[in-house]
Design a protein around this ligand. Structure first.
Ligand code: PMP
Length: 391
């Protein structure tokens, strides 16, 4: 047997051990984590809808008619009216012909990618794509060619020298960097090289674009440009689950072929009903989005003035790259001692040597919350220049 215990000890020594904090109460900026009250800057609840009373009420009022569990997969007897209604609503919301629900974003990426490409085909994947995209590529058994982050020229060369069926897949907003993929250029290349473009807009949906339609809409791209759009519902939408959206024929293809759609229990239908309610709030959420943009803009100016190295991101994901694992952990710990929850992100989630604090903002944060974060960062500034021995 492998020495699992030694591996765990090794990870700890390398600063790679991960811990779970236990949250009590609803998700919101001020949280109880491991019994302590903290101000959190690490959730993906970008619009502050995860605990919104309208959504909770929608869930409660759906339960008597839907019951609790999905009870079976969609193709057996788990496809409820509430799922059907949500698919129609998602198609309308994203301006797509049709949509298909998945139980999680992880499963949407795994299922879509492995359905669209197989042995003998080639998938082109951005180097910083989310783990679920990477795993979808592996599951597909297609040849995978990774291109440098956002490197359109490298992708163009790869596409030109590859024959056969091609799929290009990218995050819309990159989950650990917060930047937006060069979607217009990717759409053009896919048109020119007859490749299918798949965009996972987990972090753009609800946040960017008119009515929160996402990064694809913000760049004026339609279903013709991006035939498969993936969105998750557990982030800005504040509930749970995910979807693919695009031409009805492709959605039908996924129903037949996507294994993570076929072989899993449908999401609880009451969650689907609550998600429909939440999409109304997302659509009408311009005030939330503009408040969020203001928080982000103010943070960027003032954190940079404190000497914190930021990334070129205009989204609520504002990473502070510190490099070494121990430094990210030390900063996160020092902030936590000041009542601020900002998680350290380390390899393999990010490349080696690019450990970071991943600061995320929510429309639920107030200006005072931002001031508290900046005051904490100001007090911990010296850690940026510390050496491991000096701690
Ligand atoms: N795609 C991206 C870009 C993500 O960041 C995540 C979750 N962190 C997912 C997909 C997976 O979504 P879910 O949490 O619904 O499984």
């Amino acid at each position: 047997m492998r020495d699992f215990e030694a591996e765990l000890a090794e990870r700890k020594k390398a600063g790679l051990h991960r811990v779970r904090r236990r949250i009590s109460g609803p998700q919101q900026p001020v949280l109880r984590a491991d019994g302590k009250t903290v101000l959190s800057f690490c959730s993906n609840d970008y619009l502050g809808l995860a605990s919104h009373p309208t959504n909770i009420e929608a869930l409660q009022s759906a339960l008597p008619t839907t019951g609790l569990g999905g009870a079976a997969s969609h193709l057996i007897c788990g496809h409820h009216d509430a799922h059907h209604d949500l698919e129609l609503r998602l198609a309308e919301f994203t301006g797509r012909s049709a949509a298909l629900l998945f139980s999680t974003g992880y499963m949407a990426n795994m299922g879509v990618i492995s359905a669209l490409a197989g042995r003998g085909d080639t998938i082109f994947s951005d180097r910083l794509n989310h783990a679920s995209i990477i795993d979808g590529c592996i599951l597909s058994r297609a040849r995978v060619r990774r291109y440098g982050h956002g490197d359109v020229e490298a992708l163009e060369r790869m596409l030109a020298e590859t024959a056969g069926h091609k799929v290009v897949v990218t995050d819309g907003v990159f989950s650990m960097d917060g930047d937006v993929a060069p979607l217009r250029e990717l759409a053009r290349l896919c048109r020119e090289h007859d490749a299918v473009l798949v965009v996972d807009d987990a972090h753009g949906l609800g946040v960017l674009g008119r009515h929160g339609q996402g990064s694809v809409a913000e760049l004026g791209l339609s279903e013709q440009d991006v035939p498969i759009l993936i969105g998750t519902l557990g982030k800005a939408v504040g509930t749970s689950g995910a979807f693919a959206a695009g031409p009805a024929m492709l959605m039908e293809y996924l129903v037949q072929k996507a294994r993570t759609y076929i072989y899993t229990t449908s999401m609880p239908p009451a969650i689907a009903a609550a998600t429909c309610a939440s999409l109304d709030l997302v659509e009408q959420g311009e005030a939330r989005r503009s408040h969020l943009r203001e928080l982000v803009a103010e943070f960027r100016v003032r954190a940079a003035a404190l000497g914190y190295p930021l990334m070129p991101s205009h989204t609520p994901i504002q990473p502070i790259i510190v490099g070494e694992n121990w430094k990210a952990l030390a900063l996160s710990k020092a902030l936590e001692e000041r009542g601020l929850l900002v998680t350290a992100i380390r390899p393999p989630t990010v490349p080696e040597g690019e450990a970071r604090l991943r600061v995320t903002f929510s429309a639920g944060h107030s200006k005072e919350d931002l001031e508290r974060l900046l005051a904490g960062l100001s007090e911990c500034q010296n850690l940026l220049y510390a050496t491991e021995d000096s701690l």
